[in-house]
Design a protein around this ligand. Structure first.
Ligand code: KIV
Length: 302
């Protein structure tokens, strides 16, 4: 039987009528925003504009976050906890990450969005060798990520250099690195002692020198991350539980929306408290990061 293709008029009518199960619009309200690129992020950093990052794991939330003005969408391996119900991020696989990265990238594309897409390399997919890291990063890049993120310092430096030299932008991640939660003995603030602060700074500089173009600092004392942010001139820091002095902020989607049955971590603010919609909460998050009212060192940091 011959396939019947819808006519342009049918397609236009379907678009006007919307689609069931959540509508991804043909054009994002931020269609005028130029696509976020590495040079644009570095330019924002150099003029002191804060960079907003939020996690998303599916097409619709990613498109709404983009429309709310979030610059970078992170497909974090936190999906293991918030989507899959795991106890930690350790059980997330590369196939899981590929699936969610494809979903997010598709959602942004269909909404004609402009956000920069970052995907986490999950546990066990980059520790073995630089070559293993390249293979894993290629899978996520081909799934739609613009940048990959990996955890740890020291031994990761040469891996970062290897990926960057091969054209893959890298976001590093220091401080609390959840993939090593068992070695760290829990979800604890890192860099509190003089020795650990010195080591963290050294590793951050090495990562910048190796070509990392973003650095997540998780649960790091505010003073330390503020100093580091000023020292790292070409690698913007993105804080989570790292105080107000970083170049940008990241929050996990579910935390930001207050979809959390347990005790909220200290560094989280529920942006639904003063918003009537999810998009409104995301817009409030963007505004609060940009105007410096979130996070507050005394409330959200150590
Ligand atoms: O997995 C994740 O969502 C993250 C952020 C918390 C930075 O790594």
């Amino acid at each position: 039987m011959a396939t019947v293709h819808p006519s342009p008029a049918d397609l236009a009518a379907a678009q006007l009528a919307g689609t069931p199960y959540g509508t991804l619009p043909p054009a994002s309200p931020l269609a005028n925003r130029k696509p976020i690129s590495l040079p644009r992020l570095l330019e924002m950093h150099s003029r002191g504009e804060k960079i907003t990052v939020m996690t998303a794991y599916d097409a619709t939330f990613a498109a709404v976050a983009d429309a709310a003005g979030v610059e970078c969408i992170l497909i974090g391996d936190s999906l293991g906890m918030v989507c899959q119900g795991l106890h930690s991020t350790v059980g997330v696989t590369l196939d899981d990450m590929r699936y969610h990265t494809q979903s997010v990238a598709r959602g942004i594309h269909r909404a004609q969005g402009t956000a920069w897409v970052i995907a986490d390399l999950p546990f066990g997919t980059y520790q073995e060798s630089k070559e293993q890291a390249l293979r894993s990063a290629s899978v996520l890049t081909q799934a739609g990520a613009h940048m990959i993120k990996l955890e740890g310092g020291g031994w990761t430096t040469e891996t970062v250099r290897f990926l960057v030299e091969r054209g893959i932008p890298v976001c590093a991640h220091l401080g609390l690195t959840p993939q090593t939660v068992h070695a760290l003995g829990g979800y604890r603030v890192q860099g509190k002692t003089d020795a650990s602060a010195v080591l963290l700074k050294k590793q951050a500089h090495e990562l910048q020198d190796a070509g990392a173009s973003m650095l997540v600092l998780e649960m790091v004392p505010a003073e330390l991350s503020r100093e580091l942010t000023q020292e790292l001139t070409h690698c913007p820091t993105i804080g989570i539980g790292a105080g107000n002095g970083t170049a940008g902020q990241v929050l996990v989607l579910h935390d930001l929306l207050g979809v959390n049955l347990g005790k909220m971590p200290k560094f989280v603010r529920n942006f639904m408290d003063d918003s009537h919609s999810i998009r409104g909460a995301m817009e409030a998050y963007v505004a609060a990061v940009k105007n410096g009212s979130f996070p507050v060192d005394a409330t959200h940091a150590w």
